[in-house]
Design a protein around this ligand. Structure first.
Ligand code: NIG
Ligand code: FE
Length: 401
């Protein structure tokens, strides 16, 4: 490789590339060359190409470097808060009872509809900035608190206008039944499908999601949403088996879903379906913890079947108001018994796959130059600490930011 002026050399790094066969994709004395927004070279410092004349050189002094973190399941755009509902749950009310009484998601829908675009975006930007402060470089954001065409579009536009990370948006019209469709759930599903082409034409949808649950939508209704998505060539994802086993996972896998998310009540058939379709299992320890769920997702069975596991915040005002993806790493290990390496792959390599993104999630030539420099001795510390942020620097698209 001959020297050109737009290359940046990052040396003196201990690399968790998550690439290749080594545990962690580990390179003890590593270096990385970026060129523009991409990685041009990764490997042992001793093997750096001769004649390299980087424009800029950073000596990282032995710090650990990982791919940038990817939060592959969030509901960042919404109005209002649900702390009062939290108090009610502490007094014994269940999440389902609150939802059936018209609270829950529908109370956030009312607050979201009442909020203007600028305030929705400003609130979401503050939330995103907190995620970014822990090394997040790509974020998925769902709609699902507007539940009419105009409000869903407003939320998706707000999501796509967020600054400082790569944004992917999922259309979650089938999240809850809005009050104006009370008693007319199938008609609402028709409306969700009918709005889809317009939202797609505006460039607002990367994937289509639904909430398949006793308090959400039936498998038959979910199927209709997925068929509409398929007609438009849009990939699907699903909130599946969170509170009960609906067989939503098998349905989603029929449609080659990118991911099925939550999965506490996943059956052995569901595990097999994920394995057969190559769908990512996204686990959400924040919602598990906050709802005081006791049924664990079948992690050992997923692992044994070779299903890729992603971890995400599921940031939302009702079941997971966390803005710390690092805390989710710790919880994925303590609550779900993932290994720290599995947890890190869950917020990088497998999170990228849950979004259908092949150009990130590992440190390898040709991929996006999104990475984190951490003040730790070993990447297992990212799962070990909780409530501590060891991020030293974030590099997004080749730039320190
Ligand atoms: O991912 N499960 C459905 N959706 C959200 C919760 C939404 C809410 O309560 O506002 C979730 O947990
Ligand atoms: Fe969610």
């Amino acid at each position: 490789m001959t020297g050109t002026t737009d290359k940046t050399l990052w040396r003196g790094a201990r690399l968790a590339t998550l690439d290749g066969a080594q545990p962690w994709g580990w390179v003890e004395r590593g270096a990385l060359i970026t060129e523009g927004e991409h990685i041009a070279w990764v490997g042992p410092e001793a093997e750096l190409p001769a004649g390299l004349a980087p424009a800029i050189e950073h000596d990282l002094g032995g710090a650990v470097l990982t791919p940038g973190l990817i939060d592959s399941h969030t509901h960042l755009v919404y109005g209002g808060r649900r702390a009062r509902e939290f108090e009610l749950r502490l007094q014994g009310a269940s999440y389902e009872e609150i939802a059936r009484a018209g609270g829950g998601i529908r109370s956030t829908v009312a607050a979201t509809r009442a909020a203007d675009a600028a305030s929705l975006q400003a609130q979401a930007q503050r939330r995103l900035d907190t995620l970014i402060g822990e090394g997040v470089t790509t974020v998925e954001v769902k709609s699902g608190y507007g539940l009419d065409l105009e409000s869903e579009a407003r939320c998706l536009r707000a999501a796509r206008a967020l600054q400082g990370a790569q944004l992917r948006t999922s259309y979650l019209g089938a999240h809850a039944l809005p009050p104006e469709f009370q008693g007319r759930q199938d008609e609402y599903v028709d409306a969700v499908c009918a709005w889809m082409p317009q939202l797609q034409r505006e460039g607002l949808i990367d994937a289509v999601d639904a909430f398949c649950e006793g308090i959400g939508f039936t498998p038959a209704q979910t199927r209709r949403v997925f068929e509409a998505a398929r007609t438009l060539g849009l990939p699907v994802k699903l909130h599946a088996e969170q509170l009960s086993d609906q067989g939503g996972t098998q349905l989603a896998c029929e449609f080659g879903a990118l991911s099925c998310d939550h999965l506490e009540y996943l059956s052995p058939e569901g595990v097999q379906a994920l394995a057969a379709s190559g769908t990512v299992a996204t686990l959400l320890p924040g919602a598990y913890y906050f709802l005081r769920e006791t049924k664990l997702p079948p992690v050992a069975a997923l692992r044994e079947a070779g299903v890729p596991i992603a971890i995400s915040t599921d940031h939302n005002p009702g079941t997971s108001p966390t803005l710390s993806l690092l805390l989710m790493l710790n919880m994925a290990c303590t609550l779900f018994r993932l290994t720290p390496e599995e947890a890190l792959r869950g917020v990088t390599q497998h999170a990228a796959r849950a979004l259908g993104l092949a150009d990130r999630g590992r440190l390898a030539p040709g991929l996006r130059a999104d990475f984190c420099v951490w003040d730790v001795e070993h990447p297992n510390e990212l799962s070990y600490y909780f409530g501590r942020n060891p991020l030293r620097q974030r590099v997004w698209g080749g730039k320190l930011s």
